[in-house]
Design a protein around this ligand. Sequence first.
Ligand code: UTP
Length: 296
Amino acid sequence: MGKHITKAVIPAAGLGTRFLPATKALPKEMLPVVDKPAIQYVVEEAVMAGLNDVLVITGRNKHALANHFDRVTELEATLESKGDGHKLRMVNEATGLADMHYVRQGDPRGLGHAVLRARMHVGDQAFAVMLGDDLIDAKDDLLSRMLTVAEDREVTVIALMEVDPSVIHLYGVASIEPTDEEGLVRVTGLVEKPSAADAPSNYAIIGRYVLQPEVFDVLENTPPGKGDEIQLTDALQTLATDTSIAGGVYGVVFTGRRFDTGDKLSYIQAIIQLASERDDLGPDLRPWLKEFAKGL
Ligand code: UTP
């Protein structure tokens, strides 16, 4: 059994071009989902799974991210003097959440390149990679299950989700074999953003990974792929086909709810669904939504 995993890496240095102009001066991971930036949900998920050390890979708009997880003493003092304990707690929630670290990517040369920037911080340990624009429902223990598989088997673990063939070209896609564990598959190959005709299955990679430290050497030797970017999927393909490097790749099949907040439609759906389930907003929002839908 491998060592206990404690570190999460959140790449947040992408250009977020699908969300321009909102992402011109703000990382897409900072866009609010109801009243919290998307990345805060992801950090909360990491902490829930026992990963208290979080490294964010930042791009040119680093300050908004770092400021969010830092203290804002003037704001705290104002809320305190007004006796607004509720808002003060909300502000402080992000501050004490995890042990936060930041490193710059420089040029955004792809997700694989962003992960490589974590090498110094992570060292010789397994670690999680969590995409900051991918929200996984808090009711699901996807990450905990992935960590257990990675620790017990000392392998690489990815999260897979069955998607419709019409959207398969937007994802990395896995060839899989069943294992004797329910919801756990062995990944025999991976391809980044294939056409529906070339896709080896309808199992798409979603934004949670547990990687072994050998991935860094593989990434160093991975040439730019699709979009002329260093693709994490290409490095995972090497790890899946050469099991002598780090024990091979396994996939945990996710059947819960997930939102891609880097995509406009999914972002809007996330806000509506999460807000309608909240005690403070749901009772007013749900009847309004029903009325609104009647007029469509
Ligand atoms: P995406 O492909 O979704 O991000 O990358 P993007 O390039 O910012 O998005 P669009 O297509 O232009 O709108 C997946 C994740 O990898 C990070 C992104 O921040 C996102 O969380 N990423 C991507 C990096 O950190 N660095 C990169 O060079 C590329």
